[in-house]
Design a binder for this molecule. Structure first.
Ligand code: CU
Length: 302
């Protein structure tokens, strides 16, 4: 509470503190009055119950005071929320992709990243795109959360005001590994951000591995033989797998054609023991050339 990590912290924390304060006041007040009444009006002290009928003053009081109170809460809630929806025209635009079960951020210059890197003190406008189901981008430290809905053009914005790393969560249950759908936002000084942004040289990764990372294939496929959502990629090249095609089991060898088919039409041959319909088709997302790189890389995973 009361940090200054983003431009929304103060507005949200103020309304939170006011609502918490009012709730505490009434918790203590009502409990005290209740205890007093239990003692004061118990049967020994007050044997004859009295029927109280109508009390205009009391009724007006308990209508007007709570109305004023909730209007105060509304006022602070609204003034804290309104600027979040008032998205500026100018700012750093970044595309935020959500998919089962990872985040990915794309910058103007075509750079992709798993973590959101932003400069300090500059408005950042996130264009929220879902590649599959409904997710929700949540940065608790910044007090912002916005749904990422497939087919809906939604945006969110903020200004990072303190350097550091903050958690990003998915706040909309989106399947098996929803709770692993984590990332970070790094707020850097302007000059460090520019350096990071301009550094588009690929990491030392194998090009095929870079493609698997970029498309978040690894949130469902491990490289070390462990089963996540899909089969591990370890040792699959050239091996035989049992698949179900149109309800019939058959054995196929993992070759170029099979890998390509698995990526473009994942529900045609479903690996036995795994669920159909989890992997989307990457037909317009991963190109033929990229599949060649992926295959080169799979060959190295003995
Ligand atoms: Cu999600």
């Amino acid at each position: 509470m009361f940090s200054n990590a983003s431009n929304f912290v103060q507005g949200v924390d103020t309304s939170f503190a006011i609502i918490l304060g009012a709730s505490l006041f009434f918790l203590v007040g009502i409990t005290a009055v209740m205890v007093y009444f239990v003692v004061r009006y118990n049967k020994n002290k007050h044997p004859e119950a009295k029927d109280v009928y109508e009390n205009k003053k009391l009724e007006i009081t308990w209508t007007v005071i709570p109305t004023i109170l909730v209007l105060i809460m509304f006022y602070f809630g609204w003034t804290g929320y309104q600027p979040m929806r008032d998205i500026p025209d100018e700012g750093l635009k970044i595309k935020a992709y959500a998919q089962m079960w990872s985040w990915q951020f794309e910058y103007d210059n075509g750079k992709f990243s798993d973590t959101l890197v932003v400069p300090k003190d500059e408005p950042v406008i996130l264009d929220l795109v879902s590649r599959d189901v409904v997710h929700s981008l949540y940065i608790p430290a910044f007090r912002i959360k916005e749904d990422v809905v497939p087919g809906v053009d939604n945006k969110m914005w903020f200004i990072g005001q303190e350097e550091g790393d903050y958690d990003i969560f998915c706040a909309e249950y989106c399947g098996d590994r929803h709770s692993y759908m984590l990332s970070k936002v790094s707020v850097l000084p302007e000059s460090e951000y520019t350096k990071w942004y301009n550094d588009t040289t690929a990491t030392a990764d194998h090009p095929g591995l870079a493609i698997l990372k970029k498309n978040a294939c690894l949130s469902c496929h491990s490289l070390d033989g462990s089963r996540i959502v899909g089969p591990s990629f370890k040792g699959i090249w050239g091996h035989e797998v049992e698949v179900v095609t149109n309800g019939e089991e058959r054995t196929v060898t993992v070759d170029e054609e099979y890998v390509k088919k698995s990526i473009y039409d994942p529900n045609a041959d479903v690996v036995k023991g795994f669920n159909q319909g989890l992997m989307i088709s990457y037909q317009n997302i991963v190109s033929d050339d990229e599949i060649k790189d992926i295959i080169d890389y799979l060959k190295t995973l003995k």
